[in-house]
Design a protein around this ligand. Structure first.
Ligand code: UDP
Length: 479
């Protein structure tokens, strides 16, 4: 009988590392409370997911359900099952078409397994209807925090950008605590240009599905964004459970982040090098799993980092068509020889969480993807903010204006993949600001948030209690 009363949750992450990593951590978290979890994914993505589950597979009740990804049906190359593996971002709308085709197989799997709840990514708005037909609640996972959930919703609903006379004039985000301002150029292209096409209709569906889903699980913790969690609940009137930081729940050092392609650097080499450095002396520079700068921008970063005089670890992911031979074009002459002992350049994938948590690391240059933002907070680091796309401009505002633990490089334009052009002097100055005196104050504030994050997940901490409450609510619906 107890078997029959075990809660079973289906989790369906979007196929991007920034979404799969936290969902796998969430799966481990729920499973550690005795809940059965089935993670739904596609063949290629299942490889990295099972690798990251490897150590827990015996102790936790987590299963993988693999759905064939219909790449061929929509004309995608066969190995494109992850946003990260798309040759160009122009293929994104086709990628979503492929995802939509997963609907019948997901529905079939739900019928067969009869779970009690479906936690599905924001990018699968159709899962609301599927869950309705099965008669179970659908929770949304956005992969972002409460501040940006509120901000983007208020911008969408009230369209304050319609009242400015130019793309660069600031407008106030209505109803959002903190008097936060943005410009039209910092909004997603779809909003800015007011286009209506298949893709924009899809994004509208994504947003609308939020207002009729059961609620949202948020990878954040109450103390970090209290006003915005309250705002989401009370002003927008929706259910939200901040249960993070999810990266903290995962004691394992082995994260999903060690992908098939692996890192170009030996993880131990990198940590050994950090062991030799003084506390807070190294700046870590990484722009997430998707942003790819062109050669000209990379060169500016290289010059700026060198001029800052700081030690560094820099993760480089280059734009398409920029092969290894191009190296001369983006690295100043003799750069790596000069930087020997002063910095590491990682071409590919870095063990980010381990690096950020190392005592030698004293600052983080980030694109403000939510996972990176939160990982920086958890590590108690001041950050240089360099948003590129998605909701990163909102996250930048949270870091620089609300939490006051970030210094912006002044990006003006939302531009997926390539970003805005930032000069080396700006990079140099921003790095100095977080790594020298001014950084101290920001670091102290960041450390306070890091402590609060730790407390949030302890027994009777806010995230712990939110998770309890969510589990109880799901049980009351299920049994
Ligand atoms: N990440 C990593 N190594 C890298 C780049 C990224 O481990 O070289 C991880 C990072 O720790 C974070 C995730 O990938 O958990 C990136 O998510 P985020 O939301 O920051 O940005 P996105 O990649 O979605 O733009």
């Amino acid at each position: 009988a107890t078997e029959g009363r075990q809660l079973h949750i289906f989790m369906f992450p979007f196929m991007a590392h920034g979404h799969m990593i936290p969902i796998v951590n969430m799966a481990k978290l729920f499973a550690s409370r005795g809940i059965k979890i089935t993670i739904v994914t596609t063949p290629l993505n299942s490889i990295s997911i099972s690798r990251s589950l490897h150590n827990d597979s015996n102790s936790l009740d987590i299963h993988l359900l693999i759905l064939k990804f219909p790449s061929a049906e929509v004309g995608l190359p066969p190995d494109c099952e992850n946003v990260d593996s798309l040759p160009t971002m122009d293929l994104l709308p086709i990628f979503y078409q492929a995802i939509n085709l997963l609907q019948p197989s997901l529905e079939e799997a739900l019928h067969q397994n009869r779970p009690h709840c479906l936690v599905a990514d924001m990018f699968f708005p159709w899962t609301n209807d599927v869950a309705d037909r099965i008669g179970i609640p659908r929770l949304i996972f956005h992969g972002t925090g409460s501040f940006s959930l509120c901000a983007s919703e208020f911008v969408r609903l009230h369209q304050p950008y319609k009242h400015v006379s130019s793309d660069t004039e600031h407008f106030l985000i209505p109803y959002l605590p903190g008097d936060i301002k943005l410009t039209k150029m910092q909004l997603p292209i779809i909003l800015r240009e007011n286009v209506e096409n298949e893709y924009s209709k899809f994004i509208t569906k994504v947003k609308e599905s939020e207002s009729y889903c059961y609620g949202v699980v948020v990878n954040s913790f109450y103390e970090l964004e209290a006003e915005y969690v309250d705002c989401y609940r009370n002003v927008l009137g929706r259910k939200a459970w901040p249960i993070g930081p999810l990266s903290l729940w995962n004691n394992e050092t082995e994260q999903i982040s060690q992908r098939g392609t692996g890192s170009t650097i030996d993880e131990h080499e990198c940590l050994k090098w950090l062991d030799l450095q003084k506390p807070n002396s190294v700046v870590y520079i990484c722009f997430g799993s998707l942003a790819k700068f062109n050669s000209a921008q990379l060169k500016e970063i290289a010059i700026g980092v060198e001029a800052s005089g700081k030690k560094f670890i820099w993760v480089v992911r280059k734009g398409k068509g920029e092969e290894e031979e191009d190296e001369q074009n983006w690295l100043p002459k003799g750069y790596e020889q000069r930087m020997e002992g002063r910095g590491l350049i990682i071409r590919g994938w870095a063990p980010q969480v381990l690096i950020l948590d190392h005592l030698a690391v004293g600052g983080f240059v980030t694109h403000c993807g939510w996972n990176s933002t939160l990982e920086g907070v958890v590590a108690g680091l001041p950050m240089v903010t360099w948003p590129v796309a998605a909701e990163q401009f909102y996250n930048e505002k949270l870091l620089t204006e609300v939490l006051k633990i970030g210094v912006g490089v002044g990006v003006q334009k939302w531009a997926p993949g390539v970003g805005d052009f930032i000069k080396s002097e700006v990079v140099e100055k921003a790095i100095k600001r977080i790594m020298e005196e001014e950084g101290e104050e920001m670091r102290n504030r960041a450390i306070e948030f890091a402590k609060k994050a730790e407390r949030a997940i302890e027994k009777d901490g806010s995230s712990y209690l939110n998770l309890d409450a969510l589990i109880e609510e799901l049980k009351s619906l299920a049994f």
